[in-house]
Ligand binder design. Structure first.
Ligand code: FAD
Length: 309
């Protein structure tokens, strides 16, 4: 069958099941970089059973798909995505029982930190200000200011698209390390929710830590521009990418609308009309300069999504 007809029939099928979807969605509208062409189809499941249904149907028909949380660690390509982008943003239920919190995968990580604070639970302060979803945080083992997801994660509920099964992975089974988990290396594993174990704390003290961390972000990061945060992984615990880029004289270096931030050289910002091609050109330039100056290969932290991924 013609590709457009397959997608149209898919959309009809999902709509009939009451699952929200949209064709030709501009991915720039769902990317913290504000970059990206159109997705053939975008789907917004509200719960795990809708997500299972969507994924099983796509897998059966061998239609490519990708899971997206808040799009804050992704570079969508200019050509867009030929297939289905599944957004988890509507799967955002949160349950607190004692010192344990269950969060649906699309819950904002920052909102989760605020809910923990409201329940006088400490441990998630580091998450306040990370602009991702719970799913993105678990998959990437997001972290900041000395804290990381691995410190508080108890378990992760996973839908295994290959086996068509739902199961729970313990923190140990998640194999979390620096910006890495078993889910980041296996695209068949989709996080649908996560449970965190926190400790009882003092609301005012938690609030003070969160305010301090947010202030540090505002003063050090170019939050006034679209970006996807730090572009490169730290190559070693004692090597700071931002400093290497700054010392190489690359602050302000620009390719098209993509620029190395003057405020934080580890960030590439979209100063206006940047394309994915601009960002990738700038990434390559930085990598070659750092290789020449330090003999270090910088690896991208940001995920590239599209035809060239
Ligand atoms: C201004 C700014 C500041 C930032 N600061 C930090 C920081 O301090 N610390 C930090 O660690 N990061 C930081 N980031 C990067 C980013 O916010 C985190 O990596 C975040 O965890 C990504 O979550 P997300 O929901 O946006 O993931 P997305 O960008 O939507 O996805 C990232 C990857 O995870 C996959 N994925 C997402 N959800 C699922 C799922 N449910 N199941 C399986 N795979 C999934 C996607 O397919 C993709 O490969 C920052 C970004 C910005 C823009």
């Amino acid at each position: 069958m013609d590709r457009d007809l397959v997608l149209l029939s898919l959309m009809r099928k999902y709509e009939k099941e009451g699952i929200e979807c949209q064709n030709a969605l501009p991915l720039s509208s769902k990317s913290s970089f504000k970059i990206g062409g159109k997705a053939d189809l975008a789907v917004f499941p509200k719960n795990t059973s809708e997500l299972e249904y969507v994924v099983a149907y796509l897998t059966d028909r061998e239609i490519p798909y990708i899971i997206v949380g808040n799009g804050s660690n992704i570079l969508f390509e200019d050509e867009g995505y030929r297939g289905c982008v599944i957004f988890t943003e509507k799967m955002n239920d949160v349950k607190i029982e004692g010192n344990r919190i269950y969060a649906g995968v699309g819950t904002s990580f920052t909102a989760l930190a605020s809910k923990a604070k409201a329940a006088s639970l400490t441990g998630l302060e580091f998450a306040y200000g990370i602009p991702g979803s719970v799913g993105g945080a678990v998959v990437m083992n997001a972290g900041a200011y000395g804290g990381q997801t691995a410190d508080v994660l108890e378990s992760c509920d996973v839908f295994d698209a290959e086996k068509c099964e739902l199961y729970t992975l313990t923190k140990d089974e998640m194999k979390l390390s620096y910006r890495h988990s078993v889910l980041s290396e296996n695209k068949n594993l989709i996080c649908v929710g996560a449970t965190f174990t926190l400790k009882e704390g003092n609301k005012e003290e938690i609030d003070a830590v969160m305010r301090d961390l947010m202030q540090r972000r505002i003063s050090k990061q170019p939050l006034e521009y679209p970006s996807a945060g730090s572009v490169f992984k730290r190559p070693a615990p004692d090597l700071f990418v931002g400093k290497m880029i700054e010392d190489s004289g690359l602050k302000g270096y620009t390719v098209g609308g993509a620029q190395v931030s003057e405020k934080h050289a580890g960030f590439i910002i979209n100063v206006g009309g940047a394309t994915a091609k601009d960002v990738l050109g700038l990434v390559e330039h930085i990598q070659s300069v750092i290789k020449k100056n330090y003999g270090v290969e910088l690896e991208c932290e940001i995920r590239r999504v599209g035809t060239g991924e």
